[in-house]
Ligand binder design. Structure first.
Ligand code: GDP
Ligand code: GDP
Length: 454
């Protein structure tokens, strides 16, 4: 028996995952009872909460995360499509049509034991209008004789039927291969990348104290380099121990050679800063607490957020901050750092060593936020409640609706909202703020994009 063999495994949440672009969407459509939810459970490996377990979320249109052969996609289960349905059934049918509109690929499920019905033929017309790629699934083909009969489903005009048994697993690998072929450039997942030391950029304008802070950690450096076997570290990087953990500080060569430091132009320094941020996973931006937050500080902070790296802001030279300075600094922080309230802030002194031990926990926290993945079902449960409580404001008699959301990637967390139309910038900011309130993301930027249905 091939039951269970090669079935899609759900990603473990703590595994490093990198992927680009929004996750493609597969909608599962068909008459009630043809086996759609059985098929969806097969595809997601039954690892996620079954829908009935989630209060407030009906079976109407529920997205799940799935992956096959290293490619991730979202599966949307639909309750069942009937052309002449009344009331609640009609609402479910309408949702199935919506799911088709937002999908990249449609799995049209037919009961192979029954063969095609009038309702199936009506559904085919609806699918034709949508002009989406459709894969015809002949479910309940539990044995070879039903499988043979399934060939009659060619008559539906959707091409070759895929005979499968969602219940027993038969034929499912071929179906998943066909799904991947039909998906638009599905993002690749690179999993389990070898976990060497985390890469940190120590950046800030000249004289904020970067070299001084680096020197604080450099005592153990030689020993650490020898003990980390098999890691390739760029010669311009430093491996240092901070808080009992080994970190790779990228592009610290310039901080060590004090001669080279003086000779660089500001333009060159800024390129170097950008390259270090690019190479890092998390950036420590040092500010001189004894001086006003400057435009140059702001440019460096912007580089970090635009590159999508985790961020810790270190207010260095805290030993120079008296009550008077503290008063003005608080005002500056309110004014100048308003756009990044999520950044982790530390008040430290490279000179006295104050709060330097807080750096490693701050880096770990920022990186954890940066790599957080929220399961799709949980995300949508939260989103459904949010848009119910605070719908999008009405504009010109119409209000766009958010149909559902998926997390397209991590590092940093990226979300895609599927909507009936473009969202107001203000409402999008509201969703981001609420998303942070719910799921945290302290120390990490997050990205939200909107995909209005065509
Ligand atoms: P949905 O309404 O389309 O989501 O259908 P369900 O997934 O709830 O399945 C309806 C019924 O068909 C259930 O009793 C399933 O156990 C059964 N079923 C689903 N897939 C198969 C299959 O491959 N073979 C057989 N024999 N029964 C199946
Ligand atoms: P870099 O250009 O960012 O690498 O800055 P340096 O590490 O060379 O520091 C610039 C100056 O600030 C030096 O004179 C340091 O001694 C001084 N400095 C660095 N950190 C501190 C600190 O925490 N407190 C005080 N008072 N001075 C500091």
């Amino acid at each position: 028996s091939i039951e269970g063999a090669g079935w899609v495994e759900l990603r473990e949440p703590d595994v490093a995952v990198e992927q680009t672009g929004p996750q493609p969407v597969v909608a599962v459509v068909g008459r009630p009872n043809v086996g759609k939810s059985t098929l969806v459970n097969r595809i997601i490996g039954r690892r996620q909460a079954v829908v009935e377990d989630i209060p407030g979320v009906t079976r109407d249109r529920v997205p799940y995360d799935a992956q096959w052969n290293g490619r991730a996609f979202t599966v949307v289960d639909t309750g069942g499509w009937e052309p002449d349905a009344k009331d609640r059934a009609a609402a479910i049918a309408a949702q199935a049509e919506t799911a088709v509109v937002t999908a990249d690929v449609v799995l049209f499920v037919v009961d192979a034991m029954v063969g095609s019905t009038d309702v199936d033929e009506a559904a085919v017309k609806m699918l034709r209008r949508s002009a989406k790629p459709v894969i015809l699934v002949a479910n309940k083909a539990d044995n070879t004789s039903i499988e043979m009969e399934a060939t009659s489903l060619w008559s539906l005009g959707l091409g070759e039927p895929f005979p499968i048994s969602a219940l027993h697993g038969r034929g499912s690998g071929d179906l998943l291969d066909a799904i991947l072929d039909a998906l638009p450039e599905a993002p690749a997942i690179v999993e389990n990348r070898p976990r060497g030391p985390r890469r940190v950029a120590l950046v800030g304008r000249p004289n904020v104290g970067k070299s001084s802070l680096l020197n604080r950690f450099s005592g153990e450096e030689r020993a650490v380099v020898d003990s980390v076997a098999g890691t390739t570290v760029d010669p311009v990087d430093s491996l240092v121990e901070i808080g009992g953990q080994t970190w790779q500080l990228v592009d610290t060569a310039g901080l060590r050679k004090r001669v080279g430091k003086a000779s660089g132009t500001e333009y060159y320094a800024s390129l170097r800063t950008a390259a270090a941020i690019e190479a890092a996973e998390v950036a420590v931006v040092l500010l001189d607490s004894s001086e006003p937050i400057s435009e140059q500080d702001q440019r460096i902070l912007t580089m970090v957020t635009e590159t999508g790296r985790a961020l810790v802001i270190a207010f260095n030279k805290w030993d120079l901050v008296d009550a008077d300075r503290r008063y003005y600094l608080d005002k500056e922080i309110d004014r100048e750092l308003r756009r990044i309230p999520w950044a982790i802030r530390l008040n430290l002194s490279a000179m006295t060593g104050r709060a330097v031990d807080k750096l490693a926990p701050a880096l770990n926290k920022a990186l954890a936020s940066w790599e957080t993945r929220v399961p799709t079902a949980q995300l949508n449960q939260w989103l459904t409640a949010l848009v119910q409580a605070t719908p999008h404001p009405v504009r010109g008699g119409r209000a766009p609706r958010i149909l559902f959301a998926t997390q397209a990637g991590v590092a940093p967390p990226r979300f895609v909202l599927f909507t009936t139309g473009p969202l107001d910038a203000g409402y999008q900011r509201f969703v981001e703020r609420k998303l942070r309130e719910e799921f945290g993301y302290e120390g990490s930027p997050i990205e939200i994009s909107v995909r209005p249905r065509k």
